[in-house]
Design a protein around this ligand. Structure first.
Ligand SMILES: Nc1ncnc2c1ncn2[C@@H]1O[C@H](COP(=O)(O)OP(=O)(O)OP(=O)(O)O)[C@@H](O)[C@H]1O
Length: 239
């Protein structure tokens, strides 16, 4: 278990407004089974929190709830201080585009687009100038070590390269919150370790709050805090 006190660079930082706040969340699934009750969590800008837990405990469901993609029974979710419960469908969609980045295990990268266009997709939806989109996409490709490959097609990439593109795309619009669901599940352990380090560094450098669901001890070790999900909410994990 790592504590902030072990990281002087983080301990000296002034307290920041949490980018993600979950307050008293309860979620049950059809049939009445309660996945978790009264769950609370606060994640600051630049902080990376790993969530572990048994298969079926509700980790992916929790990420989806944090993004407003699934509904909860009770509780409140704030992203960058904005209360999701006060938004209609359109407001939620807009908030997701502006403030959230996703990295999924299955990548969701479009094979017949170039790497530059894949990475730039969140900006295209935000209606930026074309020159700015290209410059920012190229900067993100550079950050993930694929700076010379913007014109290549995603269909030609390896699993590790695809995951780097997914990270670049998730961060390009400088989201308040980045959510990652088992981002290295398909990768060999050496590639997974590199991708995780990249994910952690990029999240911290972008000043995003990161929430990472994982089964991997290596992934948990790279986070600032690791929490285990149970029916009673989140508790510090012994890793
Ligand atoms: N809409 C739903 N209807 C019925 N059951 C659901 C629904 N959504 C989630 N569940 C159940 O809730 C449980 C939690 O699922 P979830 O995918 O969040 O778990 P997880 O912790 O991410 O699992 P894993 O580690 O295996 O990926 C599962 O048993 C799943 O079948």
């Amino acid at each position: 278990m790592r504590y902030h006190a072990l990281r002087p660079d983080r301990a000296e930082r002034p307290t920041l407004t949490p980018q993600l706040e979950l307050r008293g969340l309860t979620k049950s699934v059809p049939g009445g089974r309660v996945l978790f009750r009264n769950l609370s969590l606060s994640v600051a800008a630049g902080e990376l929190v790993a969530i572990i837990g048994e298969s079926g405990s509700g980790k992916s469901t929790l990420l989806n709830i944090a993004a407003g993609l699934d509904v909860h029974d009770e509780g409140q979710i704030l992203i960058g201080g904005e209360d999701l419960g006060l938004l209609d469908d359109r407001g939620l969609t807009d908030l997701r585009r502006r403030r959230i980045g996703f990295v999924f295990q299955a990548f969701h990268i479009l094979p017949y687009l170039t790497l530059r266009r894949n990475v730039a997709l969140p900006l295209a939806l935000a209606a930026c100038e074309k020159s700015e989109i290209t410059a920012r996409a190229d900067a993100m490709l550079h950050m993930v070590g694929l700076g010379s490959r913007g014109d290549d097609y995603a269909r030609d990439l390896s699993g590790g390269e695809l995951q780097r593109i997914a990270i670049a795309r998730a961060l390009i619009h400088r989201p308040a919150l980045i959510l990652a669901d088992e981002p290295t599940g398909n990768l060999d352990s050496k590639t997974a370790a590199r991708i995780l380090q990249l994910f952690a560094d990029s999240t911290r450098n972008s000043g995003s709050a990161g929430l990472l669901v994982t089964h991997s001890a290596a992934a948990a070790a790279i986070a600032d805090r690791t929490l285990v999900l149970t029916e009673n909410g989140l508790a510090p994990a012994n890793v």
